[in-house]
Design a protein around this ligand. Sequence first.
Ligand code: GH3
Ligand code: MG
Ligand code: MG
Length: 425
Amino acid sequence: MSESQQSTGARLRLVSPRRWAIRGLPPISLRFVVVVDLVAIALLGWVLTQTPVDAHSVILASVLITGAVLTVEALRRVGEPAGTFSDLQLAWTLPMALLLPPVYAMLAPIPLTVLSHFHIKYTVIYRRTFSTAALALTNLGAAVLFRGLIGVHPFAEVSTHEWVQHAGSYTGFGLLAGLIATYFDYLLVIIAVRTSDPDATWRILFRDRETATLEFVEACCGVVVTVLAAVNPFSVIAAIPPMLLLQRSILHGQLNAAARLDQKTGLLNAGTWNKEAERELTTSRGAGAPVALLLIDLDHFKRVNDQHGHLIGDEVLKLVADALAGQVRKADLAGRFGGEEFVLLLTDTPLDEASRIAERLRRRIAGLSVVGDAGESVATTVSIGIATLGQDGSDLMELLAAADAALYRAKSAGRNRTCLASETA
Ligand code: GH3
Ligand code: MG
Ligand code: MG
């Protein structure tokens, strides 16, 4: 794409009403989003009237915002990766909440959101507004909670002198306030997601370990920066380079994790699946444990694309992949092997159990459908070939070849069925 096309695209994106797609939200979600926005605006207005301006606070807030801007900018080259990611905002806003009058921590998300929106990634605007409002409330919550824990007035300025004097207990209380407030932010976002997408399960209430660890690290950084800032606002400058390095290493880990997966379906990609399956087979062979391999191919998938278009085809692929992911245990390996072909390595699974799992999967997939552009229901079926370690092959190549031959028989026999490699062996 040429540069001029790109900039036209950017302008179009800016004015596109789709960016304000708030009207598409279900009423309950819309009400929730609007209430959170209004509460944040009202509280900000009120807190503003309660806060006298003083030079020390303004200088400290400026230094902290500079640190935050630099860490957000560090994301610029890579953009926000999908899924969990951290821009380490809390490391800079928590010190504001713990040291300065709460208004600074409430205001801080505004410039940072504007920066992310225009420099890093365009997102639907009501979502950005909502997440800014949620963060402003979160930061206010951290400030009030911390003051409650140390037993002072909810809006009192906590002097740097007091911080240095009680650094031990204040560190613990600050960390606690930061973590509780972060969970509150997470909860607000989850409620918004859950009410706008009824298919999302409440299981998302429980964060994965990686997200929780990241938040803990972020809060710890926030407390470290707070102690530095309490000693002297300009000492904070020394925290910027390590924070940038931390940001980079977090991103590195997230990009690495993303590179293992197939983008369209979220399953392991073929390369990763192969590598991990080889390793798993070696372990299982050594332990004498049974392993089954399932090769799963969508039936007449070309027709789905021809009749309903590639985008609907992609939705069907994703649906099948989700069904696969939902059926397997943690130790199993589910991958996208090729276009519309999936592969499943079931560890510790003898043939009869693998056969039952395959049948359950096949029936489940046959019962799924997506809605096409004209409101029609688009369904699919799969054919499955099953091979087991020892019986049908002793390494990955042999197992794949055996499962492929069984799959071929399932197709020839009329599709929407499972076949065992051992039936012809
Ligand atoms: P069979 O039952 O024999 O497997 O028939 P089929 O039509 O599924 O098999 P065929 O190999 O003839 O066609 C596979 C089709 O899968 C063709 C291709 O367009 C489609 N396909 C492969 N990858 C993707 C993808 O990522 N998205 C979409 N929408 N279609 C894909
Ligand atoms: Mg096919
Ligand atoms: Mg195929």
